[in-house]
Design a protein around this ligand. Sequence first.
Ligand SMILES: NC(=O)c1ccc[n+]([C@@H]2O[C@H](COP(=O)([O-])OP(=O)(O)OC[C@H]3O[C@@H](n4cnc5c(N)ncnc54)[C@H](O)[C@@H]3O)[C@@H](O)[C@H]2O)c1
Length: 333
Amino acid sequence: MQTPARDIRGSRILVIGGAGFIGSHVVDELVKEDVAEIVIYDNFCRGTHDNIAHALKDPRVKVFELGGDMLQTDILDQAVKGKDYVVHLAALWLLHCYDYPRSAFHTNIEGTFNVLEACARHNVKKLVYSSSASVYGDALELPMTEDHPYNNKTFYGATKIACEHMCRAYYHRYGLDYAGLRYMNVYGARQDYKGTYIAVIMKMLDRLDQGLSPQVYGDGSQAYDFIYVSDVARANVCAMKATATDKNYNVGSGVQTSILDLTKMILKVTGSTQEIQYEPAGKTFVTNRIGDPRLAAEDLGFTYSIELEEGLRKLIEWRSAHMELVEQRRKKA
Ligand SMILES: NC(=O)c1ccc[n+]([C@@H]2O[C@H](COP(=O)([O-])OP(=O)(O)OC[C@H]3O[C@@H](n4cnc5c(N)ncnc54)[C@H](O)[C@@H]3O)[C@@H](O)[C@H]2O)c1
């Protein structure tokens, strides 16, 4: 068993994709640490200033002033220079990759290659890379350990598999330490309508607001491993501090929740008496997913802390306090 060992006090950290949903929470987690500098590198194609407004009040946090696109290698290189650690979360999301595979190739694969090259050139101590449980595709065995086959069939998953392997090759060629994190289904404050399996939560809340029944597609037996976003952010900091390298880790709760149970929980938390409305099953990429969280606990010292019911309460609280923003995001979706 490895215990977290790196001392990140006084470190300079670059968070690529730091204005996004998960990235902004990573910034919030890093602010709690005694680090010297946290620089956000983001092209704001999906990230927002609202997500980081609170963190920017801390004088150690700033947005890289020259630019924020991973594909602008000279600017990226300047941002990486002098950093001790890099957290890389920037990517196009699943449906964007489905519709625009060439853009996905450039952003997710070439962008990550650019990050690796800059990290190796500037002797970054460790890279924490955001992979995804999408690399597994539909579960062939449950729970999915990190040795589960790459049963992915999506272009998004293909980009994540490519990047995991590029990280591995860079470690063996240049000694660049890294940890890859395969997030399960991340939900929570600041989420928008673009999460493939979690958007269902926002859509149900919208319907309840309108006095309508929540809709479940199919019999609701599709089941996922939901994890609250601040837990995922904490996993990034655990991965940065850990001595473990050259491995990919599941980041999930290890608890399987069906869409039907999720719906019942949303009704309970909101105090709604609406009946569930069943609709014909739609298209989904993955119908069954649960990650084995043990390796992350052993190597990174990470275990989730926020149960689904508590996380849903937090999300609902955030949503109620940011209705204008939620409305804007709904229109964009
Ligand atoms: N949200 C989930 O449930 C989930 C699950 C598994 C894996 N992931 C992975 O976690 C990471 C973060 O996901 P998220 O949900 O926060 O997504 P997000 O879209 O909110 O964040 C990604 C950020 O990257 C930025 N970005 C995109 N292209 C860029 C570029 N070329 N240069 C610089 N910045 C760029 C976007 O503006 C955005 O702020 C992604 O790599 C994603 O694939 C997310």
